[in-house]
Design a protein around this ligand. Structure first.
Ligand code: BJW
Ligand code: ZN
Length: 238
């Protein structure tokens, strides 16, 4: 059975990388970007998660983030996040690469987290570039402002922006050096993150996908486990 096979690979591997996307947090009650319920006021992520959208209407973009901050503040890590956190200390070389900005991996106890799309709780000044963390929900003012008086933006990566170079380099290295890449809950349509699985595969790693549906990676994966991450991960990582 495929689940047994993956369980064996996970317990034998000395070097594992995991790539997670919004699907791992779906069962914590956080909407994914592209599935059902992923829309906020009929906007797609591609309409809001861009520097152009923010320049045009910072309040609208901040309202989306304020809505998400409230949902996330109320959410708890689910058994999928917890299973990855429990796997980490058992593997000599373990890297968790996440596209998620919700911080649920941190709250589940994961340590080596590479946040390639940033962090929702970080803010950055659009003028002086000062960065800080603000976990208050709701935010005191929208859009939030820096001490210097200018508008702040969320500390996340939008379409058309580069990923944090150092974090991205570590993610690339983790994917190209691992024996097994576990890809969990991502539609694998957003680059460069979606390129990590082909990179791992071409470097000789096994690729295992965990997803409720098909993705462009499903054919490349050595094994695809179909179902909710919160049910599959506790079994295969256990
Ligand atoms: C479950 C489940 C359950 C549900 N259990 N599974 C090459 C080709 C084409 C385009 C490009 C390219 N290279 C770059 C681009 C442009 C662009 C891009 O990729 N566009 C495509 C959409 C076409 N990429 C970029 O712009 C990136 N930057 C870049 O490339 O810089 C270099 C550069 C700079 C300047 C000029 C030129 C090049 C940046 C991408 C940033 C993405 N940002 C966002 C927002 C982050 C902040 C925020 O959260 O607000 O990141 S967009 C959004 O999508 C977010 C996510 O991290 C990302 C991926 O989404 P994810 O996680 O996969 O979620 P979903 O909803 O798509 O999928 C959920 C999955 O879960 C589904 O498969 C479900 O089936 C599954 N699921 N429940 C298991 N219970
Ligand atoms: Zn400032």
């Amino acid at each position: 059975m495929q689940w047994e096979q993956v369980k064996d690979w996970l317990s034998a591997a000395r070097s594992i990388a995991v790539l997670t996307g919004a699907g791992i947090s779906a069962e914590s009650g956080i909407p994914t970007f592209r599935g059902e319920g992923g829309l906020w006021r009929n906007f797609r992520a591609e309409d809001l998660a861009t520097p152009q959208a923010f320049a045009r209407d910072p309040l609208l973009v901040w309202e989306w983030y304020a809505w998400r901050r409230e949902l996330i503040a109320r959410a708890e890590p689910n058994p999928g996040h917890l299973a990855l956190a429990a796997l980490e200390p058992r593997i000599p070389e373990f890297h968790l690469i996440t596209q998620n900005v919700d911080g649920l991996h941190d709250r589940a106890g994961s340590r080596a987290i590479l946040k390639i799309h940033g962090d929702l709780w970080d803010l950055r000044c659009t003028r002086c570039q000062r960065q800080w963390t603000d976990r208050s929900v709701p935010l005191v003012e929208l859009p939030p402002r820096c001490e210097c008086g200018s508008i702040a933006r969320p500390g996340v990566v939008w379409f058309g922006e580069g990923l944090p170079p150092c974090v991205w380099e570590q993610a690339r290295r983790a994917a190209s050096g691992c024996q097994l890449l576990l890809v969990v809950g991502t539609s694998a349509v957003v680059y460069p993150a979606a390129g990590l699985a082909p990179l791992a595969k071409s470097a000789g790693a096994k690729v295992v996908e965990v997803n409720v549906g098909d993705t462009p990676l499903s054919d490349l994966a050595d094994v695809t486990l179909r179902g909710p991450a919160s049910e599959i991960l506790p079994v295969v990582c256990g």
